[in-house]
Design a binder for this molecule. Structure first.
Ligand SMILES: [Fe+2]
Length: 370
């Protein structure tokens, strides 16, 4: 309980106020006074009041009305109010309780009764304050812990994604492709998925999963990956294995990114007409993310210099993608690809000029467009 609790005395009769003060001040209470309801409401806001002694019969707002107005203010919902009047009919008491008062005192005051009631309500107030402070503190601590937890999760996620991305770069180095192939290919995939109406979290999963499409190339012999001419049938059979090996490396993970990465690694060379590998899946048998990754991968490879080929012009690459609509590629994915041609070119421009590959990519790349 506070050392010198503050009591607001509201009465239109100055002698009543003085009488109450004469009882209360010697007990160590501080008093604030008001001669009407409006003034009382102002004083409540100005001072940190602990209890209100409120006369019922006053000109202007009466005690019941003032009680009601105090209770309407969230800050004073639990502030102890004692109504003071000369006579109490049962009806008046009911009215007081309904208005929200906590106790009643009858004039003329009995000093002992007055002090006992004030003390008792101050104890209730002290308990309420303590409970309120505890709740506030608890809420604040929970909120801090929740923020810390969110920050930690975000950090772990970003570190995991960076690890996935860095490991995926192995395939770029391994087949000596133009640097940043996986960055461009992943961003193309995410852009197409977004255009096709994928949910934002699936777009993000695809962005990082697509990075892993050629992970299986780590197991491919350099003599095949870097062969400056067309592969013979035996070499081609070995090359096809990069899909199965990639999927094996990624198999059995609980991570959504790695699970999707496994599917993309396995099926990114399937073709819409069923002539792809490793399983010859056809049409919508091929998972949607793989149909998207296929076009993103091929488009970038067409534009890149590889040991076995020069880089094609943009015009030629676009025309091949168009020709392969309904053959190699899902027609809907091709249409979405061309619908965001400007965005595709923007990704290419930004990631083509990189001397060193970026070790992280994010959907924020698209933010300025949206
Ligand atoms: Fe591949």
């Amino acid at each position: 309980m506070k050392e010198n609790p503050k009591i607001l005395i509201v009465d239109d009769q100055q002698q009543n106020i003085e009488l109450l003060e004469a009882h209360l001040i010697p007990q160590g209470y501080k008093t604030i006074t008001a001669s009407n309801g409006e003034e009382a409401l102002d004083k409540l806001v100005e001072h940190d009041i602990d209890i209100v002694l409120l006369d019922v019969m006053m000109p202007g707002l009466n005690g019941f009305e003032v009680t009601r107005l105090i209770r309407q203010d969230e800050r004073f919902r639990r502030l102890p109010i004692i109504l003071v009047t000369v006579l109490w009919e049962t009806e008046d008491r009911v009215k007081g309780i309904e208005a929200g008062c906590d106790d009643f005192i009858t004039k003329p005051f009995d000093k002992t009764e007055l002090l006992a009631r004030v003390r008792s309500l101050l104890k209730v107030k002290a308990f309420n304050d303590l409970s309120k402070n505890f709740t506030n503190q608890l809420e604040s601590e929970v909120s801090i812990m929740t923020e810390d937890y969110k920050r930690s999760i975000k950090k772990i996620k970003s570190e995991s994604l960076e690890t996935i991305h860095r490991l995926s770069l192995v395939s770029d180095y391994k087949d000596k492709s133009e640097r940043a192939h996986i960055n461009r290919m992943s961003l193309y995939s995410a852009a197409i998925a977004r255009q096709m109406g994928f949910k934002e979290d699936s777009v993000e999963t695809l962005l990082y999963a697509a990075c892993m499409h050629d992970l299986g190339k780590v197991a491919m012999p350099d003599s095949i990956l870097q062969k400056p001419s067309k592969l013979d049938p035996d070499e081609w059979e070995i090359m096809k294995q990069h899909t199965i090996i990639g999927a094996k490396i990624l198999k059995g993970s609980d991570s959504e990114y790695i699970k999707m990465g496994e599917v993309i690694a396995l099926h990114h060379h399937e073709k819409w007409n069923g002539t792809g590998y490793p399983h010859g899946l056809k049409g919508i048998e091929i998972p949607a993310e793989c149909r998207i990754a296929a076009i993103a991968d091929v488009f970038d490879v067409l534009l890149s210099k590889r040991p076995y080929k020069e880089a094609y012009t943009l015009e030629r690459a676009f025309s091949i993608i168009k020709e392969e609509r309904g053959k190699h590629f899902d027609p809907e994915v091709v249409d979405s690809f061309f619908a965001i041609k400007d965005k595709i070119l923007k990704i290419r421009k930004q990631y083509q000029s990189e001397k060193k590959p970026k070790f992280s990519i994010s959907l924020s790349f698209f933010d300025e467009d949206d």
